[in-house]
Design a protein around this ligand. Structure first.
Ligand code: UGA
Length: 423
């Protein structure tokens, strides 16, 4: 959806196909089914210029020269590996409509080896396959699409595909010429994506492991991260310790990556990713334990406000959200949990109807015995919230699951401030 709108915004004529009648109707009316900054404007512009169409009928792609495969590859229900059914189905439906000489470009996140298999079918129609992984971040999807930090293109034959690779590069006309453009084989292109997410997840779990050590020794993990981050080789980004990572990408991608490596007989090489996953999941339990300890082991019947439901700020995505995970655990322990979020309440309510939701922040804080900050939205980070909340709650206890609050501002208002990995 973002790719379609972005390609239309730089002057291309785009036909976007989806099997969901509802989503196609909504998008055709200019309404994005998700919250993503800048997307509504792009949709409006593309639709009114007549360069962007949303359809359910695959036949509409017949005049197109380039076909992007951008369907999801979620985690299988009872397994760690990726579910490729949507991708295979999309390709199966596309094949009869492919013209000779056209280009198919894979963007979906796939286990290494997928492109090689798909290529046989695509070549059979006289078309060419390239693999061009997607690195966008939710909340920054539009700018990351129009101005990515690198473009990776995988091919099985760089000589034969030369004109197609050139065509793909010129299609991305919004991308500055100095942006790194890397042509690799299929396996490398597929691995770059999985390896990038595995590295980011490892970096977060590394600092969360340090948070565990900090807890045991009296150190402060945020100061530790600052000091580590000044080493240019390490860098401060993705050293934010707290309740851990979630979302539709990092958790499922490290599991799929490890599952595929095991299929390749390389379980030794990815054993650490199971540890990365385990450290991450422990953080959610730790946040719950901190609330429990602050309430002297008596969470049952207490009113606990969860600030945030989205897996990160700038998004209404609640997939594998640490915030909702902790909220559910506290609910199971008998607490009266109230969840609030600037954008994600509707999605959270649909997914976890057993929890209580309050869109209004003040109403959510009213009468709370403890607060758990789980998603670092800008409005929760405002130092003034310390005072506003102090006048509303029943007990001034705050667990900062993202280590993002102004500690002094909260302590000045008489709060018992509890960070994660901080004394
Ligand atoms: C991630 C990658 O960052 C993108 O490059 C990739 O393209 C995308 O997955 C994907 O595979 O499609 P995204 O899921 O949007 O992007 O979110 P991130 O910004 O990576 O954050 C992931 C999680 O890590 C969030 O829950 C965030 O709160 C958490 N996080 C991030 C931390 O706990 N600490 C940090 O220091 C940074």
């Amino acid at each position: 959806m973002v790719h379609a709108a972005a390609m239309a915004s730089i002057g291309h004529h785009v036909v976007a196909v989806d099997i969901s009648v509802d989503k196609v109707a909504s998008l055709s009316a200019g309404i994005a089914p998700i919250f993503e900054p800048g997307l509504d404007e792009l949709l409006a512009e593309g639709l009114s210029a007549g360069r962007l169409r949303f359809v359910t009928d695959m036949k509409a792609v017949e005049p197109c020269d380039i076909h992007f495969l951008a369907v999801g590859t979620p985690q299988k229900t009872a397994e760690m590996s990726a579910d490729l059914n949507y991708l295979h189905e999309a390709v199966r439906e596309l094949l009869p409509h492919l013209r000779e000489g056209t280009l198919v470009v894979g963007k979906s996140t796939v286990p290494v080896g997928t492109a090689k298999d798909l290529e046989l079918h695509i070549n059979g129609r006289g078309a060419t396959l390239l693999w061009n992984p997607e690195f966008l971040r939710e909340g920054w999807a539009v700018s990351d699409t129009l101005n990515p930090d690198r473009i990776v293109v995988g091919t099985s034959d760089p000589v034969k595909a030369k004109s197609h690779i050139k065509k793909l590069r010129s299609l991305y006309s919004s991308v500055p010429p100095q942006t790194p453009f890397l042509v690799t084989n299929f396996a490398t292109a597929e691995l770059v994506k999985g390896a990038a997410n595995a590295f980011l997840a490892t970096k977060i779990s590394f600092i969360n492991a340090m948070a565990e050590i900090a807890d045991a020794s009296g150190a402060d993990v945020t100061e530790l991260a600052d000091a580590l981050g000044h080493d240019n080789r390490i860098g401060r980004r993705f050293l934010g310790a707290g309740i851990g990572f979630g979302g539709g990408c990092l958790p499922k991608d490290i599991r799929a990556f490890a599952a595929r490596a095991e299929e390749l007989g390389k379980e030794d090489a990815v054993r650490f990713l199971h540890e990365v996953d385990a450290i991450n999941l422990r953080r959610r339990e730790k946040a719950v334990a901190l609330i429990d300890a602050a309430l002297q082991g008596e969470v049952s019947g207490r009113r606990i406000t969860i600030l945030g439901a989205a897996f990160k700020p700038g998004s209404d995505d609640i997939r594998d959200s640490p915030a909702l995970h902790a909220a559910l655990r506290l609910h199971e322990l008998g607490a009266q949990v109230v969840v609030t979020d600037p954008k994600a309440v509707a999605n959270a309510r649909l997914a976890k109807p057993q929890l209580t939701y309050e869109q209004d922040l003040r109403r959510a804080l009213n009468g709370a015995d403890a607060i758990l900050l789980a998603t670092e939205w800008a409005e929760y980070r405002e130092p003034e919230l310390a005072q506003t909340a102090a006048n509303l709650v029943h007990q001034k206890i705050v667990v900062d699951g993202r280590n993002c609050l102004n500690v002094e501002a909260w302590r000045d208002q008489g709060w018992r401030y509890i960070g994660m990995g901080r004394p």
